[in-house]
Design a protein around this ligand. Structure first.
Ligand code: NAD
Length: 428
């Protein structure tokens, strides 16, 4: 299998052509600062002891404490978590947040665990990594198949270990446990702002545009809900079990309501239902959804969904990357040749980490903002960075991805260079 991290690094080759960087910077980008692999013992409900494997990778902390989510998925590997920590480093710099990048994960299918097993596993993970995290060192957050409830258990475990209330160690917590208003839907909301900025430039109206959404979890659902509200026609929705299509359009909130009626009895934290349970819509596969004849394709599930094999079949004119790394570097080249515009992940899904930053600020200040303030600040930050990236892409005639990376890499490079370069140490 190809390395996700090796593919992620290929993006830098293009970026380095457009900026003058010292060898120090290029060398730094090749290596994560710290990679930890931990064995996580969990007492299962039937009395057995089961050991799970967990990871935490801190990629770079030159610009501040590292920041990144925790993923629960059977395919989690060190390679995947390293790539995600690299993307977090770029993303935080793209948004000019005072953070470096990190990521964590546990190799598990959380839907196979009971609620109590899941809580023990989450607490075991914090015990395993407690020495390398902290509000001023490395800050956690939700990602695929983790949510506010799990963040609450983790924050509580950290409090017990440190014997201090340190809510800033983790963001995306429940609002009643020092979470921020607006964090739950921030990723979807931020993606919608980025899309709208792009459409405004092209003088396109939502009412005339059809959208297909792959991934109907935290990020994809809230995007679809908010996009439907401002007039986009959501014609296709996919989750891990399949997809539904309706030319006339779907109502995301009703689809979610129906999906949730099929709760998994074990944990009640995951939904056992699927969008496919909605009988009166046409059923298609998640792969077919990607190739629908729509104006906008939103990829909000996992990495590597569009690769060299299906990139040529993408009919959408715009791909909005809400997932991290959904398009491989080979697919990027094919999409570009076919005139498909990709709104890149390091910008399009940055609403989540931006409001996580706001949560961290509120936790440290001990002063909490009203929802309108959170939303207004998110809109201001993400539209400012989006406009700068769109302008840079126009000016240098480069893809939006290369422009976004350029913006992030230049900021990180500035910080690395300020710490001293070869020229500096050789007194040149
Ligand atoms: P989630 O667990 O809430 O939802 C994941 C969704 O993807 C589920 O609906 C699941 O059914 C679906 N899915 C999984 N495999 C699929 C497949 N093969 N085809 C179609 N659907 C599939 O996770 P999330 O938090 O929404 O994260 C989704 C993506 O967004 C990830 O790449 C994550 O890294 C990224 N992201 C999330 C956030 C956040 O704040 N949650 C922030 C930035 C980026």
């Amino acid at each position: 299998m190809n390395s996700i991290f090796a593919d992620a690094q290929k993006r830098l080759v293009d970026v380095f052509k457009y900026t003058e960087l010292t060898d120090d910077v290029e060398e730094t980008f090749k290596h994560p600062k710290l990679s930890l692999c931990v064995s996580l013992p969990v007492r299962m409900d039937d009395g057995r002891l089961k050991i799970f494997t967990g990871y935490r990778v801190q990629f770079n902390d030159t610009r501040g404490p590292t920041k990144g989510g925790i993923r629960y998925h059977p395919d989690v590997s060190l390679d995947e978590i390293t790539s995600l920590s690299f993307w977090m480093t770029i993303k935080c710099a793209v948004m000019n947040l005072p953070f470096g990048g990190a990521k964590g994960g546990i190799c598990v299918n959380p839907k196979d665990l009971s609620r109590l097993e899941l809580e023990r596993l989450s607490r075991s993970y914090i015990r395993g990594i407690a020495d390398i995290i902290g509000p001023k060192r490395d800050i956690l957050a939700p990602d695929v198949y983790t949510n506010a409830t799990i963040m609450g258990w983790m924050a509580d475990e950290y409090t017990q270990i440190k014997r201090q209330q340190l809510p800033g160690v983790i963001t995306g917590k429940p609002v009643h446990l020092n979470g921020s208003l607006g964090r739950e839907y921030a990723t979807g909301r931020g993606a919608l702002h980025v899309l709208q900025q792009w459409l405004d430039r092209k003088k396109l109206q939502p009412q005339n545009l059809t959208v297909a959404v792959q991934g109907f979890g935290n990020a994809g659902y809230h995007f679809a809900r908010l996009a439907h509200r401002v007039g986009f026609n959501i014609v296709g929705i996919a989750d891990s079990k399949g997809a539904i299509y309706s030319k006339k359009g779907l109502e995301p909130q009703k689809v979610m309501q129906h999906k949730q009626e099929h709760h998994d009895l074990g944990t009640m934290l995951y939904c056992d239902g699927s969008v496919c349970d909605l009988q009166h819509y046409q059923k298609i596969s998640s792969q077919e959804l990607l190739e629908l004849d729509v104006d906008i394709l939103v990829v909000a599930a996992l990495e590597n969904q569009i690769d060299k094999d299906n990139a040529g079949n993408i009919m959408a004119q715009i791909v909005l990357e809400i997932a991290n790394g959904p398009v491989t570097s080979e697919a990027d080249a094919i999409l570009e040749k076919n005139g498909v515009v990709v709104l890149p992940d390091v910008l399009a899904n940055a609403g989540g980490v931006t409001v996580s930053y706001f949560e961290w600020v509120q936790n440290r200040a001990g002063y909490y903002w009203v929802e309108e303030k959170v939303n207004a600040r998110l809109e201001k930050c993400i539209t400012r960075e989006a406009r700068a990236i769109f302008d840079l892409a126009d000016e240098k005639r480069i893809s939006l991805r290369t422009a976004a990376y350029l913006q992030g890499v230049n900021r990180i490079a500035g910080a690395i260079t300020q710490q001293g370069t070869r020229e500096y140490f050789l007194n040149k």
